[in-house]
Ligand binder design. Structure first.
Ligand SMILES: [Zn+2]
Length: 278
């Protein structure tokens, strides 16, 4: 019992440290990535806007406190926050979904979430959005609006319903494969061995890496800007390099590095069960 309490306290302090990331709530200039795909998130918490003649899709909502920055970003591009028709998420953690209920209430957008994350999305537990899910998604389902089509890939482990979004975007006469990585990360305090709340978590990560390696990728994006080195790429983009976010090699290297980190941690936990990294 005491052991579990200590583990919970350590996990909590890890979460508090993560909360202190100064980029999470820092405003960032909104910009066009390619075609009808735009970045409207903060300096690290990524929100993507897909503009269509029938209204807009948003991927991720961020924390409630980030909503004013999100509105400002959307409006700076000449779009309307009220035109948000569909709301999607990378996974059910507060940094990507805490504001889903607020955005739904403000705009009437439909919330579409991967089956295995629905309970956490609708939960009214502290820090959870308590937002009704209008459509339950399954692996391979598509979300379509105004000629845009996005595919939901179940990439579980980080959460049970963690979702990687893909699409094809037309830009400058080219068709670009877009991948928005849900999360390949093993957080502090995650039990990969003997996890009673999530049996099979390690096997899910293994499946996720197989899926991520199978996806064709030109435009490499993710739930956090840090996944794809957004700030450095944005500087190149601002300097005139409109292809700054096209990075198939960076994608492969990132997935390979994350898989190695996961496998090393899994091996370590097999040797030392009950002591996840902090
Ligand atoms: Zn997360």
């Amino acid at each position: 019992m005491i052991h579990r309490l200590i583990a919970a306290l350590i996990a909590c302090s890890g979460a508090l440290l993560a909360q202190a990331n100064p980029d999470w709530h820092k405003e960032f200039p909104a910009f066009k990535i390619a075609g009808n795909l735009y970045y409207v998130g903060t300096a690290d918490l990524a929100v993507y806007l897909i503009h269509t003649p029938q209204g807009n899709i948003l991927i991720n909502s961020n924390f409630k406190q980030d909503v004013p920055a999100l509105k400002k970003s959307i409006e700076s591009l000449g779009f309307k926050y009220g035109d948000t028709k569909i709301l999607l998420i990378s996974h059910a953690h507060g940094d990507h979904d805490e504001a889903t209920g607020v955005i739904k209430a403000d705009t009437g957008a439909k919330l579409e979430v991967m089956e295995q994350d629905v309970a956490d999305e609708e939960s009214t537990r502290r820090g959870r959005p308590g937002a009704h899910v209008d459509r339950v998604l399954h692996d391979g389902d598509t979300v379509e609006l105004g000629g845009s089509k996005w595919v939901a890939h179940l990439t579980p482990g980080h959460t049970k319903g963690c979702t990687t979004w893909t699409s094809q975007i037309q830009e400058g006469g080219r068709t670009l494969n877009v991948v928005i990585v849900g999360s390949p990360n093993v957080n502090a305090g995650y039990y990969l061995v003997g996890n009673k709340n999530y049996p099979g978590i390690a096997e899910d990560y293994v499946k996720t890496f197989a899926v991520l390696k199978s996806l064709p990728c030109d435009l490499f994006l993710g739930a956090h800007g840090a996944y794809f080195d957004m700030k450095a790429k944005y500087e190149k983009y601002k300097a005139g390099d409109k292809n700054a976010f096209i990075d198939p090699e960076g994608y492969k290297a990132y997935i390979a590095e994350r898989e190695k980190t996961f496998r090393d941690e899994w091996e370590r936990q097999k040797q030392h069960p009950g002591s996840p990294k902090q």
